[in-house]
Design a protein around this ligand. Structure first.
Ligand code: GMT
Length: 367
């Protein structure tokens, strides 16, 4: 098939999944055209069958907000004509699904598109009054809508009142890239220092300060270090909380990393304190490296980690610390969770298994 994939280029989960999907579909013999306003960070160069198309937006002085959605619709039509695209797959509803509808309207109604919902496009941005109506309209106009968890599909029906069926297609992970190496767990290391990791875009919804608060309790009970991966608006606040709680010397901000798997392979535990999380891709990447997760019991996280980690109530870092300490003081349980997490990633969320589900949806739309 000739497939156009539209996504954000940023390190957020939707851009990561869309880019990984583009590369996986190209490897499976499809002709892939990836559209975004910048080259996605995860996109490797020189992949046969995959081309990147930049969407340029001109900044005319009159525009306080340059209309990216119009530029994207135009670029979609250009790429469709140039590459005879059979189907577009847009990741993140706003504004991508609206642009796809506009592109379809501009070419006589013959353009097919699948919309994948990732989370904040529904739970945060999409439910904003300014965006709710166009989002609902674009979902109804999509040839198929998918959501990355059952939770998100249910939320979409509830919040938007859309009648349309929503296919649940979970996110996936490259289990060959994200895999355990020969790094030993803390109880087999001389210093016995527990290596705890958090990775996110440090937006308020991630509540990174709660991760730090939980860590402050953990490190009082056992030698431990917290590695913070990624970056975003709440980074300074999280580091200030570490200083306030007197554990700043044990907290290291590592920033954006291309080699995320290397840090995950050295971790004993992954912590997530999100207020809402439709899936939690970084937890799946940790699980695939054999790292158990302790997370707030929100959104679709339970669908991802199953019984390979612990779920704790939102905004209670002391309970998060307790759950983490229970795992990090019991080598046998830690070993079992680590194996189970890796196995669950392979059995339920491997790239080929999930990408095949999207191929079936494309075939259904095109037939
Ligand atoms: O985490 C974010 O805010 C970024 C956002 C995105 O679309 O890039 O993440 C959402 O999509 C990810 C990939 O499907 C999911 O793993 C995240 O759970 C989801 N974020 C939220 O629901 C807050």
């Amino acid at each position: 098939m000739r497939i156009g994939i539209v996504c954000y280029p940023t390190v957020g989960g939707s851009g990561v999944i869309a880019t990984e999907m583009a590369m996986a579909l190209a490897a499976r013999g499809h002709d892939i055209h990836l559209l975004s306003y910048d080259r996605p960070g995860r996109l490797r160069g020189g992949i046969p069958g995959l081309r990147f198309h930049e969407v340029a937006v001109s900044a005319y002085p009159l525009f306080r907000y340059p209309p990216y959605d119009l530029a994207l619709a135009t670029r979609m039509l250009e790429v469709r004509e140039e590459a005879s695209i059979d189907i577009f797959h847009v990741h993140y509803a706003i504004p991508h699904a609206v642009s796809a509808f506009l592109a379809r309207s501009m070419c006589g109604g013959t353009l097919n598109f699948v919309t994948t919902l990732h989370g904040t496009d529904i739970t945060v941005v999409g439910s904003d009054r300014a965006y709710l109506r166009p989002t609902r309209f674009a979902l109804e106009q999509s040839n198929a809508v998918t959501a990355v968890s059952r939770y998100l599909a249910d939320q979409t029906h509830l919040m938007f009142g859309v009648k349309k069926d929503i296919d649940v297609v979970h996110n996936f992970v490259d289990t060959e890239r994200f895999k355990p190496n020969d790094h030993k767990p803390w109880h087999k290391r001389d210093d016995e220092e527990r290596m705890i990791v958090h990775a996110s875009n440090f937006r308020p919804v991630k509540r990174v300060a709660d991760v730090v608060r939980a860590f402050a309790c953990i490190q009082k009970e056992m030698p431990a270090r917290l590695l913070l991966l990624g970056d975003g608006p709440d980074r300074e606040h999280a580091l200030a909380v570490a200083a306030d709680l007197g554990c700043q010397h044990r907290v290291e901000h590592m920033g954006m990393r291309d080699d995320l798997e290397k840090t995950l392979q050295e971790a004993d535990l992954f912590l997530s304190a999100s207020e809402t999380e439709s899936f939690g891709l970084s937890m799946l990447e940790a699980m695939s490296c054999g790292v158990p997760c302790v997370s707030t019991a929100v959104g679709g996280v339970g669908e991802v980690i199953g019984d390979t980690g612990s779920l704790v109530p939102l905004a209670q870092p002391d309970l998060m610390a307790k759950a983490a300490i229970a795992i990090l003081s019991d080598p046998k349980r830690h070993g079992q969770l680590s194996l189970a997490a890796r196995q669950r990633a392979i059995d339920c969320f491997s790239t080929d298994r999930i990408v095949a589900q999207y191929e079936t949806i494309y075939e259904r739309v095109l037939s």
